[in-house]
Every structure is written in structure tokens, then in C-alpha cells.
Design a protein. Structure first.
Length: 378
């Protein structure tokens, strides 16, 4: 049910775009969705089909549907590990990591392939009960392989310390063969992957580094003063230029030269044409840096007093760059009731999540309930 309620919010200005005429609108959307503050020129629209399917997470299950979200298909239960799905357009398969149990009671750790109609769900690669695929699952069409970060629990030391080894997993889909490649020290969190040239961007306790698919360090990023590692992206046409996020968004090239896009920002993502850069300040907003360098906040969750960054996920583009999807989170502090059960064990925060679709050509946005990570199936 669409709400007809519309109200105007406070003015805001973005670097290079300040204007006395800029009055963003706060839109209360359909039931169960988030109220959004939209930039000038943007408008709320009811969900509509665009002929592109999106894979997202809702109520602990993977879903897929066109962007009207009218008839989502259940793709199965999502595991506790935050590993994204991947899509193979040539075969029409969705690949997802599966690990049903977590903790002392462990179940199979594996990659599965499933058809977009939810049929044919089968295991294609078994990892073993001491291995997990963390934070990275990408299909590489030119190689016909899945790439993943595989974490292996090694035998504990005498002092009881558990050792976790990270490796790059390359899974050959045609031959059904897998190869685990050792990585340099401190390749902890993968931020982006590029297949031409073969590059992976990592962040760890010692900073950023670029590694090739053979596990060789290509480039250790510097100098000091770079962001804290919340997101990063190779330029789509030049893998020697990288956008980094965390305590701000910066651009850096192979020579070490870097420039600041904005003092606050995380999860930078290039548009497919490499001209515009999209990023966020938290899990509840989206910004755009235009080709001329101006930055503008496109949308944010209205009245979100307690923003945070842990739920933030990068925006994802369709191949033609017209549509963008991003998960947003609204966080509310719970008010304890006198005499209520739960006490100190009750959750301190309540969270509402939604997937927003942006039509960059028409400047329209719509949403449905759900969260990330997300993946276009096209």
C-alpha cells in the first residue's frame, strides 16, 4: 500500500553542489520500506520490472526476481558466512556458498549451483568441514572459473591458539577441478577482483596490497594515511588506478600518487564507464562523485539518528550502467520498558533493511525489504 504522505526535509549541500535551491525530499514509501531523503530532481517510484533479475537476501533466505519484486523465487537458506552469490550468464546458473551449521556442530562446507527458478540445486565443489569461503565469490567468464577466498582452520598450537590460513580458491567449472593458491601475508579481507589483468585487492592489518591470481604480490599500496579498508575498487579500464574507502574515499595510482575524493566515505564503486564513482558514509546512504569532481548525496534514510557502517555493502550496477542496487539499513535504539522481560540480554538495537533500486537515467528510486550482499543475474 503506497502512502500519499509527503513532507519536506532540511536542506543539505554537497561539496561543489551547494545551492540555496537544493531542497531534498523525504518520501514515506510503501508499507515495510524505509523513509528516504532524496536529492533534488530524484523521485520515488513504485517497484517496476526492468527485465533484469536481482539476487538478494531476505529473512535468512536467498531470493531472486525482477525488480518489481512481485514473484520472488526462494533459492534456499543463506548460511552464516557473509559470502555473496555469483551468476554465470552463459549457463544460466547461480553459484552460492553453503555452510548450514556454524560453531561446534558443523555441516558440509560447499559451493552449490542452482537455476534461477530454484530448481536443480546441487553441490559442485566440497571444501571440507575445516574450510570456509569468506567474503568473496566471483564468476570469471573469461576463465570459466569461480574465485573465492578460502579460509582453512589449521591444527591448533600447543598454547590453544587457532591458526587460520587464507588462500585463493580457483574452481574450474568445466573440469570440476579446484586449486588453492597460497597468498602473501596479511591478505585478510578481499575488496575487489579484476580478471584483465588478473588482480585481487586486499586489506589487512598492514594496509592494502594487490595480488595476482598466482598468489604473487604485485603492489603494496602506500603511502601512510590511506583509509581503513572499508571497500575498494579497481578502475574498470585501468587496474593501476584504485579507489579506496574507510575514513574517507581516496584515489591512488601505481606511482603512489593519491588524491582525496571526500573526507568521509566507504565502499567506493566505479560506474561501468569509469566516469562516476559511487560510495557511502554509512549503511544508510549513497553518494556520487561526478566526472567533474562534484560530490552529491543521492539518498539517505530519513531520521536515522544512529547510523553505523558494519551493515554497509557496496552498490552494484547492471552491465549497461543504467541501474544500481544497494542495501540500506535503518538503526533504532530500543527503549527498555520498566518490568519488561529480557533485561540485559535484550537486543539494544532494532534494524530495518531494504534493497533500493536506482534508475540513473530517469532519477527514480524504489525498494523492497531485504539486505545484502546482492548480485545482478544478467
Amino acid at each position: 500500500m503506497l502512502s500519499a504522505h509527503l513532507r519536506w526535509g532540511k536542506r543539505f549541500s554537497a561539496p561543489g553542489l551547494a545551492s540555496a535551491e537544493s531542497v531534498p525530499q523525504v518520501v514515506a514509501m510503501q508499507a515495510g520500506s524505509l523513509p528516504l531523503t532524496l536529492a533534488t530532481g530524484w523521485k520515488n517510484a513504485p517497484p517496476r520490472a526492468i527485465g533484469r533479475r536481482l539476487i538478494w537476501k531476505d529473512q535468512g533466505h536467498w531470493r531472486i526476481s525482477d525488480t518489481d519484486f512481485a514473484q520472488p523465487v526462494d533459492l534456499g537458506q543463506a548460511c552464516p558466512v557473509d559470502c555473496p552469490p555469483a551468476f554465470d550468464a552463459a549457463r544460466g546458473y547461480i553459484y552460492r556458498y553453503h555452510c548450514a551449521q556454524w560453531g561446534e556442530q558443523r555441516d558440509a562446507s560447499e559451493f552449490r549451483q542452482i537455476e534461477p527458478d530454484g530448481q536443480g540445486d546441487e553441490r559442485i565443489f566440497a571444501l571440507g568441514n575445516n574450510k570456509w569461503a569468506l567474503w568473496l565469490c566471483a564468476y570469471l567468464p573469461a576463465m570459466d572459473k569461480l574465485a573465492a577466498l578460502v579460509a582453512t582452520e589449521m591444527p591448533s598450537r600447543a598454547d590453544g591458539t587457532v591458526v587460520i590460513q587464507h588462500q585463493l580458491g580457483m574452481f574450474d567449472l568445466a573440469r570440476r577441478r579446484s586449486l588453492l593458491v597460497n597468498l602473501p601475508r596479511d591478505c585478510f579481507f578481499p575488496l575487489d577482483i579484476a580478471s584483465a589483468p588478473e588482480r585481487l585487492l586486499f586489506h589487512g592489518g598492514e594496509g592494502f596490497q594487490v595480488v595476482d591470481f598466482a598468489g604473487r604480490r604485485v603492489w603494496r599500496l602506500g603511502p601512510k594515511g590511506l583509509p581503513e579498508g572499508r571497500g575498494g575498487a579497481f578502475h574498470p579500464h585501468n587496474a593501476d588506478q584504485i579507489a579506496l574507502g574507510g575514513g574517507g574515499v581516496v584515489l591512488i595510482d601505481r606511482s603512489g600518487k593519491f588524491s582525496t575524493v571526500r573526507e568521509r566515505g566507504l565502499n567506493p564503486v566505479w560506474a561501468p564507464d569509469g566516469e562516476s564513482l559511487y560510495f557511502a558514509e554509512s549503511s544508510s546512504d549513497l553518494w556520487c562523485r561526478a566526472p567533474n569532481g562534484d560530490c552529491e548525496r543521492l539518498l539517505s534514510v530519513a531520521g536515522n539518528r544512529y547510523s553505523e557502517v558494519n551493515r554497509a555493502r557496496p552498490a552494484r550496477f547492471t552491465a549497461d550502467g543504467r541501474y544500481l542496487a544497494i542495501p540500506l539499513t535503518r538503526r533504532i535504539r530500543r527503549q527498555p520498558l520498566e518490568g519488561a522481560l529480557g533485561g540485559d540480554n535484550a537486543p539494544a538495537w532494532a534494524e530495518w533493511q531494504a534493497i533500493c533500486i536506482l534508475d540513473l537515467a530517469e532519477k527514480e528510486v524504489w525498494q523492497t525489504s531485504g539486505g545484502g550482499p546482492i548480485c545482478w543475474a544478467e
